[in-house]
Write a protein that binds this ligand. Structure first.
Ligand code: MRU
Length: 352
């Protein structure tokens, strides 16, 4: 099985389940898991079996459809209350990526508008059937839009890449973080498809190693020249003149352009500014949250300290009893961002 050929998140219509590549097992094992119940769906997001802002959004939409299709509620009131409770439950799984609440709001909107568009001519079970059909169509649309959006981000982003370029990226904003192509990796895939000679450097991305386990895996599987470096090596690559451009993804962009992305992104942007390396954030428009004024208003997820001190090691690699700081994301100041590569074009922070 080649990772390039499998969608990260897929709706299995026949079985009425959501299929995902279990990303916690990569790169050692490519395993598809099928989810049909809310508990395992919540855990899949929380435990990063599915991760990356757009993939989480697509997954949540499909999950809401599957739960609705499988609902045993007979009355519209019961169905609505179960739907709202499932939506709130999934929404509480991770706080930073706005795509999760964005997709869940879209699904809720489908329920509300479908119910309002038919009046008394339908009984409850007919109405529930109509709503479930509409939820299916919305989930499929969110998936198709994601594929289309990433392809467009790739086309705009590839226009910034020159033959022979060294490109740096952080975390995984790759195909594994979307359905296909990725956001930050889409320009790389398209530049490679066009025959440009590129060399991609992947920050390892402590503590969960998304760069090592996921980005270097998917890019090398696609045939791209890929080099892995620890996070603390990227400024030395810039100083050595090996990096011409940086592409990263994002979990939420505030109205002023401040951008939350994987922890370590802001350090990279600061170094890029110092060394004069263009720093681009690849962002589907759904990740731009106009309701959040600045980066200071973005909620930052704090994760288990064991991810820093124990996970990945045979033995604990820090003394017991010490405090451990483990935020999953940081906020890059908009002044450090050269531009946002979106499906609508390349925009400066003040043009969002
Ligand atoms: O904690 P993760 O692995 O979900 O963090 C992912 C990132 O920070 C990505 O860069 C971001 O979600 C964009 S994915 C296109």
């Amino acid at each position: 099985m080649n990772i390039s050929e499998i969608d990260t998140v897929a709706l299995n219509e026949e079985k009425c389940v959501v299929d995902i590549i279990d990303q916690t097992l990569l790169p050692n094992e490519i395993k598809i898991i099928s989810l049909s119940e809310k508990g395992p769906m919540f855990d899949a997001i929380k435990l990063l079996q599915v991760r990356g802002a757009p993939a989480i959004g697509v997954f949540a939409a499909m999950a809401m459809y599957v739960l609705a299709e499988r609902s045993s509620e007979q009355t519209l009131a019961g169905f609505n209350s179960e739907f709202a409770s499932n939506r709130e439950y999934l929404n509480s799984s991770r706080p930073t990526a706005v795509n999760l609440s964005w997709a869940l709001k879209k699904m809720q909107n489908v329920v509300d508008t479908t119910e309002n568009s038919f009046d008394a001519e339908y009984n409850d079970s007919e109405m529930i059937k109509k709503v479930v059909e509409a939820l299916h169509d919305e989930a499929v649309k969110i998936r198709d839009d994601d594929i289309d959006t990433c392809r467009k981000i790739g086309e705009y982003g590839a226009s910034l890449i020159h033959d022979g370029d060294g490109i740096l990226t952080h975390c995984n904003a790759g195909k594994l973080a979307t359905v296909r192509y990725g956001t930050a990796t889409a320009p790389m895939y398209l530049a490679y498809e066009k025959g440009l000679d590129i060399k991609v450097y992947c920050d390892e991305t402590r503590p969960l190693l998304q760069g090592a386990r996921l980005t270097s895996f998917e890019l090398s599987a696609a045939g791209i020249d890929t080099t892995l470096n620890c996070d603390n090596m990227s400024s030395s690559l810039m100083k050595a003149g090996k990096i011409n451009i940086i592409f990263v993804g994002c979990d939420r962009v505030a109205a002023n352009g401040d951008t939350a992305n994987k922890i370590g992104t802001s350090l990279l942007a600061i170094a890029a500014k110092y060394y004069g390396v263009p720093f681009y954030v690849c962002a589907p428009y759904s990740t731009i949250d106009k309701a959040t004024a600045t980066g200071a208003d973005i909620p930052i997820e704090m994760r288990d300290p064991d991810e820093v001190a124990e996970m990945w090691y045979e033995k604990r690699m820090a003394p017991t009893g010490i405090h451990i700081y483990n935020p999953a994301f940081d906020v890059t100041d908009h002044k450090l961002i050269t531009g946002f590569v979106t499906e609508r074009g390349i925009l400066r922070p003040d043009e969002l």
